[in-house]
Design a protein around this ligand. Structure first.
Ligand SMILES: Nc1nc2c(ncn2[C@@H]2O[C@H](COP(=O)(O)OP(=O)(O)OP(=O)(O)O)[C@@H](O)[C@H]2O)c(=O)[nH]1
Ligand SMILES: [Mg+2]
Length: 334
């Protein structure tokens, strides 16, 4: 299914069932009183966050949903059935807005978190409630209140702990598949990843972290070049960024310059991204050769900017244990 992080949908709560007009009829009670039951309430429209979903794809084809109507009241004081609620499941990190006013109605961030956004219509009261000393045979009951319809904008920003960023082909997806059970596509051409991926990394003591792999960024990404910028929102909520540098990358022959280009893109998109803790991962160390001697210089320059570096090979696993230890340490230190 196609990855979607923004959709518009319409939902309607259920109508309340109508109240019943009925009179008791029993053998020896010729003129029994009113016994019309109440209509059932219509179902509510509820949004529920679930870890099971990572995209809003389910709302790509179908965009109209409604909760069940309440059943009508019946004789012998029996109430109508309550309409079933409509439960719309969304991935963690989904913001729900009123499509007309843009008002933010909910931001769902916990697994199984629910929010009721349209109450079902109330069922009407049956004529059992309306007998008075002067009117013992009320021939009326309330109709149910109709449900309401509303248009929503759902937008997703991943709730990930760590974001993987870098130029196309830097090895982000390879690293994701090293650290988690996710198996994103990996290939030797740029822009292999066109939709963001999520992976879950389990830490020893049973807790886990979510990693987000977004499409490669290029110069001008914040202005809409390439694919990257539209996905930068998915790393806005992370608390740590891994910036991957491919040590074999050659076009400018200056890794530091490439690094600055991407940092500028992040800053231009949202300065808060730049303030996030960042670790620079020098990737593809398995290809290290005489041509890459300036790596030490690169490390020093990045160190002078106050950033940590780590040399790894996402492909062979070199340095990955150190990387995992660093992640564990950072998470325990919080
Ligand atoms: N030799 C070597 N190759 C690597 C390493 N990491 C990734 N690669 C290769 O580099 C190429 C790109 O890897 P990907 O993981 O697809 O890179 P990406 O950063 O996700 O790329 P985009 O999705 O295009 O942005 C693939 O051919 C990988 O096999 C590494 O540590 N060593
Ligand atoms: Mg990729």
């Amino acid at each position: 299914m196609k990855f979607l992080d923004e959709v518009f949908i319409t939902a309607r709560s259920g109508d309340g069932g109508r109240g019943c007009i009925s009179f008791r009829r029993e053998k020896f009670i010729p003129r029994g009183g009113p016994d019309g039951g109440d209509g059932g309430n219509g179902g509510d429209v509820i949004f529920r966050a679930t870890r099971r979903l990572v995209s809003l794809s389910e709302y790509g084809s179908r965009t109209y949903f409604r909760a069940q109507n309440g059943g009508p009241g019946k004789g012998k004081n029996r109430s109508g059935k309550r309409g079933a609620d409509l439960i719309l499941e969304v991935p963690l990190g989904t913001t729900i807005q009123d499509a007309q006013t843009s008002e933010v109605l909910a931001d769902l961030i916990h697994d199984k978190q629910e929010v009721l956004l349209i109450p079902g219509g109330r069922g009407g009261k049956g004529n059992q409630h309306f007998a008075t000393p002067t009117n013992r045979t009320p021939r009326f009951a309330q109709p149910g209140i109709p449900g309401q319809e509303k248009k929503f904008r759902l937008s997703l920003r991943f709730l990930a702990d760590i974001g993987l960023i870098g130029l196309p082909n830097a090895g982000k997806s390879t690293l994701l598949s090293r650290l988690t059970r996710a198996r994103p596509r990996v290939d030797s051409y740029p822009f292999t990843t066109i939709d963001p991926n999520l992976g879950i990394m389990t830490l020893e003591e049973g807790s886990s972290l979510v990693l987000a792999d977004i499409p490669g960024l290029i110069e001008g990404a914040s202005m809409g070049r390439g694919l990257g910028h539209q996905f930068l929102k998915h790393i806005e909520r992370t608390s740590l960024l891994f910036h991957l540098l491919d040590i074999t990358y050659q076009p400018r022959n200056d890794l530091i310059e490439d690094f600055h280009i991407l940092r500028k893109e992040l800053e231009a998109y949202n300065p808060a991204l730049m303030r996030k803790p960042q670790v620079v991962l020098l990737n593809k160390m398995d290809l290290y050769g005489p041509r890459h001697r300036d790596i030490e210089k690169v490390k020093r320059a990045i160190g002078q900017m106050g950033l940590e570096t780590l040399s790894i090979s996402a492909l062979t696993g070199e340095g990955i244990e150190e990387l995992k230890a660093m992640i564990r340490e950072k998470w325990h230190g919080r």
